[in-house]
Design a protein around this ligand. Structure first.
Ligand code: 5GP
Ligand code: ZN
Length: 115
């Protein structure tokens, strides 16, 4: 747990969130400002600042996040039409919360390329 980290506080229940899924490694919550009908944040419980901070030891965790994203997409019935799994890394990547997380977006047609 890192002091003053928003997502660490959500993991520890210090700040409330709508939890969609949780296990020992990750938590998935609804984004407070959804950009699509389905907008879930998949967050590792361990504080990792960004994708730029990962190493070999996070291999299983990253695989687990992707498998969970695919399963949640199926459960939420957005899998057949398609969806997007996004990581914003660093300032130019648009990252605003410095605790690693992936956005699962779906439920509408998404445009490409991003801005
Ligand atoms: P980033 O810009 O770092 O990739 O994504 C951060 C995301 O966290 C944004 O989509 C933002 O709406 C979301 N967010 C910010 N504060 C909160 C909060 O207190 N609760 C929830 N559930 N989401 C938040
Ligand atoms: Zn954190």
């Amino acid at each position: 747990m890192t002091v003053n980290c928003l997502f660490c506080k959500i993991v520890s229940r210090e700040i409330a969130a709508q939890i969609v899924f949780e296990d020992d490694k990750i938590i998935a919550i609804n984004d407070i400002n959804p950009a699509a009908p389905v907008h879930i944040l998949i967050i590792p419980k361990e504080h990792i600042a960004s994708l730029a901070e990962i190493s070999e030891q996070h291999n299983d965790l990253l695989g687990h996040i992707q498998l969970t994203a695919a399963r949640l997409a199926k459960d939420l019935k957005i899998s057949e039409q398609g969806y997007r799994l996004v990581n914003n890394c660093g300032i130019w990547g648009g990252q605003t919360v410095l605790h690693l997380h992936y956005h699962l977006l779906g439920g509408r047609e998404l445009s490409w390329p991003p801005g």
